[in-house]
Each structure stands twice: as C-alpha cells, then as structure tokens.
Design a protein around this ligand. Structure first.
Ligand code: SAM
Ligand code: SF4
Length: 343
C-alpha cells in the first residue's frame, strides 16, 4: 500500500495509534520481523562546529577530547566482526585531523580485514565533495548526515550560520558519489513552528532517503539551549511512523536518544516502524566523553554486552535481531534502476 502525504497527515491528526499500527505492518511487510544491528564507533569528539544543541560543540571547554587512531579503530572492528557484526558506523565531530588519506587507508583496511563482508557507514559531517568520492572508492558504503530541521532560519541559527541549503548540497554530493544516503532530524527543537514536524517528514520523502535517523532533542546543560523544555518522546515516535508510511523501503533506526528519554523508547520505536538498532561498541572510557545530551544510556557496559540485552528487548516486541549486512531495500532498488538505465 502506498500512502500519500495527505493521507499520512490525516491519519496522524485523526488517529495516531492507527498511524503507528499501519507503520509497523508496513515495516514487517518489507523487513519481516528482522531488526538489523549496526556497531557504532564514536571515533572522535573533536569538532570544529558549534551547533547550539550539541554537548560536544567546540565551545564546550569542559569536554575531555579524544581521537581513536587507526590501530584502535581496527581493533574494535576486528572484535565486532568476530562477534558477528556486519555494519560499522564511524561517527564523530567534524574533525579535519582525519584527512582524506587517513580515512581512505582506514576504510581500505576495514574492508580488507572483513574480506569485503561488511558495510561501512560514515557520519562525520560536511566535508569537501572530492573527499566523499575518494571515501566511496576506498570502501565506504553509506553516509549519515541529518538535516536536523527543515526550517531554514532555525537551521542557520542552530548550526552557527551553516545553511540548510549547504547541508542539502552535501547530501546531494554524497548521493552523486554513490553512497546509500541517510539523513533525518531531531524532534522538539526549541522555537519550532507548529508545522515543523510535518515539514521535516516531507523533506525526508522529497530526498528519497535510504535511511532516516530521527531522535528527540534532549537539552544539554552546558549548551546555549540548556533552558529548553524537554518535549515528549511521542513526537519522535509519530515521526518514525509517518516516515515509514512515506518511505516503506527505508532503514529506520530506533535511536539511543529515544532509549534515553524513556526506558522502553527503542522498543516503542520498533512498534512504530523502526527496523535498526545501533549498539555503541566504542570502548567505555571514550564513550563517556561523547555526551551529546545528558544521561545517555549504556555508558558503563561494552556495546558487545548490549547485544544480548537488545536481543531480549526485540523479542519483547516480537522481533528478532539480525546480523545480516541489511542494506536499505530502497537503495537496492535504485541500484537495479541505475543498472537498467545504463544498459
Ligand atoms: N558531527 C556529525 C553531524 O553533526 O552530522 C555527526 C555526529 S552528531 C553528534 C550526530 C547527531 O547527534 C546529530 O545529527 C544530532 O541530530 C544529534 N544530536 C546532537 N545533539 C543532540 C541533543 N542535544 N539531543 C539529541 N540529539 C542530538
Ligand atoms: Fe559537531 Fe555534529 Fe555536534 Fe554539530 S552536532 S557540534 S557538527 S558533533
């Protein structure tokens, strides 16, 4: 079943419970009861950016900064691969210390270590277009870069002058370089307009995203948004459900921020159409320093211990963890489409 934006909007206003039910049905039609696992590696908390919402923004001088080097990242990937993980997400601040050559060598070595049997997702912000091309050629498969908010004025204000247009241009560059593309937004940002949620959801559809990351904004006390009001998780859950109905083939994670806001936040997201979980396999001593927002969950344990816990959580909502590589169905379809076009 294909839903129009108007139908999704009507359902959201008329019967949000039914919206979530339909989204879960559609998710199961595409991905069965599988929930794909991704190993998240937070490789650097240095950032040249000063986004007003973020706990590791450059002006937050109390943060103990760290960078994981090539050897350490390779050791984490090796352990993850042995544990069965087949997607690694390398996330960090915008940190030019990792130049093109460094990242490309890392990507090539990860691919060779895992005998080309894993997918690599990068999430390290805006970089020059030629670097995206080089990183794709070196073995990166996917790139995550949320647009954060579809409201141009709010975007520019929150992101230190970087415009929404620049962020969308970067996503375009990534697409042109052949990446499987992920973007998304935070719900409940301060100073949003009443139609912000709908505009955010519509932009995901317009961008034909392969992956959509949605999380509730959680105010951090050491940022300029410290005094912002915490909005309820439900907004993020309804956003997941709406995006699932508009992009039935996308991969949509149940995010850590959801689990931070409510103990069963991620399970509830799975019941609204999410199909991905991302245990954080960064060594505990470093992940404690990657506090985008307060009270982040799973800081004490290793991400490998989390896999057992996540498995139980999935079963609780009648789903099963999957160790498959788990490409987005929408990206797979585009591949067929492009191949057809060439012939
Ligand atoms: N630096 C890269 C970027 O900004 O795209 C990737 C890392 S960034 C820390 C990952 C995501 O964290 C951002 O896209 C943003 O949506 C989210 N984030 C940052 N601060 C947050 C907060 N206070 N509450 C919830 N999510 C937050
Ligand atoms: Fe840096 Fe990303 Fe945080 Fe912005 S959200 S300050 S780019 S790490």
């Amino acid at each position: 079943m294909i839903f129009s934006e108007q139908e999704v909007l009507d359902l959201y206003h008329r019967n949000p419970e039914e919206l979530c039910r339909q989204a879960e049905v559609l998710c199961r039609n595409t991905y069965g009861n599988k929930v794909y696992l991704r190993g998240l590696i937070e490789f650097s908390n240095y950032c040249v950016m000063d986004c007003l919402y973020c706990g590791i923004r450059k002006s937050h001088s109390a943060v103990k900064r760290y960078r994981l080097d090539h050897e350490m990242i390779m050791a984490i990937v090796r352990k993850g691969y042995e544990a069965g993980l087949r997607t690694f997400v390398l996330q960090g601040g915008e940190d030019p210390w990792y130049d093109e050559a460094y990242l490309c060598r890392l990507l090539e070595n990860i691919k060779s270590l895992t005998r080309d049997q894993c997918a690599i997702t990068l999430s390290c912000g805006i970089r020059p277009r030629h670097e995206y091309r080089a990183m794709k050629q070196a073995g990166a498969d996917r790139y995550l870069m949320r647009f954060e908010t579809a409201d141009p004025e709010l975007h520019q204000y929150l992101r230190g002058g970087v415009t929404l247009k620049q962020r969308l241009q970067a996503l375009d560059d990534l697409k042109a370089s052949g990446f499987e593309i992920g973007s998304g937004f935070m719900t409940g940002l301060p100073d949003e307009k009443p139609d912000s949620l709908i505009k955010n959801v519509s932009l995901c559809k317009e961008l034909e995203l392969d992956m959509v990351g949605i999380g509730p904004f959680i105010p951090h006390k050491a940022t300029p948004l410290a005094g912002a009001k915490q909005k309820p998780l439900s907004e993020a859950l309804y956003a997941v459900a709406m995006v699932r109905l508009l992009l039935p083939l996308a991969n949509i994670p149940a995010t850590t921020a959801m689990g931070t806001l409510e103990p069963d936040g991620r399970e509830r997201a799975l019941e609204c159409g999410a199909n991905v979980l991302m245990p954080n396999i960064t060594p505990a001593e470093f992940k404690k320093e990657y506090l985008l927002y307060p009270d982040k969950i799973c800081l004490e344990e290793s991400g490998f211990e989390c896999i057992g816990c996540l498995s139980l959580r999935c079963r609780g909502v009648n789903r099963e963890l999957s160790f498959e590589i788990g490409h987005s169905q929408s990206f797979m379809n585009k591949g067929v489409y492009y191949a057809d076009k060439k012939s």
